[in-house]
Design a protein around this ligand. Structure first.
Ligand code: AMP
Ligand code: GLY
Length: 420
């Protein structure tokens, strides 16, 4: 089989690594990929990233299956275009991808089907939004409804901050048209859980839980990032939390999918908040998380390609996903200065120590091949992942192994997986 993986980060490397374990796969193309193609067998990079170029390539190369890593192209309708040409692709169509592409649409869906979520209202007119603030207590959360590369959420501690946020989003258009609609919602104070899942619109099969660490500094301080590390399973995801998630979120979501006649196969990533003894849904993402994927896929015992094919064939009902009885810890090695200003092009050393390393693996996030070297090529550079019998051990080994890698200004959080 020829597989095309769309995207350029550590998540896509992890997907390619897992998919390549299936013997049916004899070629993987990465569009545009990163230097991970150098460490996966029969993997080639194609320097394209626009929907129409990807479609043309898939047609010409007779790609058997395309997997899309990130949300932009899904929201843009890449799946619809592949289907029009009769090509196989894993992911939601444009309409369903709105569950991620429009927070207002997602919240309305949650409300309609009784999915437990924070109280909210959506606005296109600033005056009405300001009026609604009078009903809210602080902190309040103000969100640009459209895609804003994970930056569109502003937590406001008081009325002054809330008015400023509305000004920035609705008048100054800091998120461009993504801020044409804003969602104002109550702030939930609690612990977050990421649940990736796979669906064929008939069932939703959840993966092992994960805990992301979104802020740049230890103790969840500083600016938001794409994610600085993950442990899986999430230690806060108890049996009781799981029951509430299934009853209050997963089941009503599936009911909504059926009633709305959303016919798709793909990933649903539930961003949960455990607060006030309840489990709330903050958001749906319609693709895998980065870096959640890098921690969760190494725990998957089942064949990932078979799982995806079962979803495409609408046969997930009979698929018994097998997981390792282990825990994983993924630590992101970033370039100093990320997420603001950082250097690219610094030589990375020590990667050869992971070639036959049974203790840890390394996924490439922002890595480029330059001559005989691998060099840094992004804010998040590498993901070091260890799978062990316990979360403590996984943490310990991941931190020990990452010392083998060096590059200028290497930065990582030292508290990934530490439970307060
Ligand atoms: P979202 O894109 O909606 O998941 O929001 C991004 C991040 O903002 C989440 O992962 C949370 O850390 C935070 N967040 C979003 N909504 C809320 C809320 N209602 N209460 C508290 N934090 C929130
Ligand atoms: N790690 C969070 C995300 O992928 O959205």
């Amino acid at each position: 089989m020829k597989i095309l993986i769309v995207g350029a980060g550590g998540r896509e490397h992890a997907i390619a690594w897992k998919i390549s374990q299936n013997e049916k796969v004899n070629k993987i193309f990465a569009a545009p990929g990163n230097a991970y193609n150098k460490v996966i067998k029969n993997c080639e990079n194609i320097n394209i990233s626009a929907t129409d170029d990807i479609l043309k390539f898939a047609e010409q190369e007779k790609i058997d299956l395309t997997i899309v890593g990130s949300e932009e192209l899904l929201v843009d309708g890449i799946v619809d275009k592949f289907h029009e040409k009769g090509l196989k692709i894993f992911g939601p169509d444009k309409k369903v991808a709105m569950l991620e592409g429009s927070k207002a649409f997602a919240k309305d869906f949650m409300q309609k089907y009784g999915v437990k979520t924070a109280k909210y209202k959506s606005f296109t007119e600033k005056e009405k939004a300001i009026k609604y603030l009078e009903e809210m207590s602080y902190p309040v959360v103000i969100k640009a409804s459209g895609l804003a590369a994970g930056k569109g959420v502003i937590i406001c501690q008081n009325e002054k901050e809330a008015l400023e946020a509305l000004d920035e989003i609705m008048t100054n258009k800091i998120f461009a048209s993504a801020g044409d609609t804003v969602v104002i919602e109550e702030f939930l104070d609690g612990v977050e859980v990421s649940i990736l899942s796979i669906t064929d619109s008939k069932v939703i099969l959840p993966f092992l839980s994960a805990k992301d660490h979104k802020k740049i500094f230890e103790g969840e301080q500083g600016l938001n990032t794409g994610g600085m590390g993950v442990i899986s399973p999430n230690p806060y995801y108890t049996k009781e939390v799981e029951e509430k998630f299934v009853r209050d979120i997963l089941e009503p979501t599936l009911k909504g999918i059926k009633e709305e006649k959303f016919d798709f196969c793909g990933i649903i990533f539930f961003g949960l908040m455990i607060a006030r003894g309840e489990v709330y849904l903050l958001e749906y993402n319609m693709r895998m998380g980065d870096p959640e994927t890098q921690a969760v896929l190494p725990l998957l015992e089942s064949d990932y390609l078979e799982l995806i094919e079962a979803a495409i064939d609408r046969k997930l009902e009979n698929f018994d996903i097998k997981w390792k009885n282990s825990a994983s810890c993924c630590v992101v090695l970033a370039a100093g200065g990320y997420p603001v200003k950082y250097e690219k092009g610094n030589i990375i050393s020590g990667l050869e120590k992971f070639e036959n390393n049974r203790d840890a693996k390394v996924f490439f996030a922002g890595v480029k091949e330059s001559g005989n070297n691998f060099t840094t090529n992004g804010g998040r550079v590498l993901n070091v992942v260890s799978v062990q019998d316990s979360a403590e051990k996984a943490r310990e080994v991941a931190y020990k192994e990452l010392e083998k890698i060096q590059f200028k200004d290497k930065y990582f959080r030292k508290d990934i997986g530490l439970i307060k």
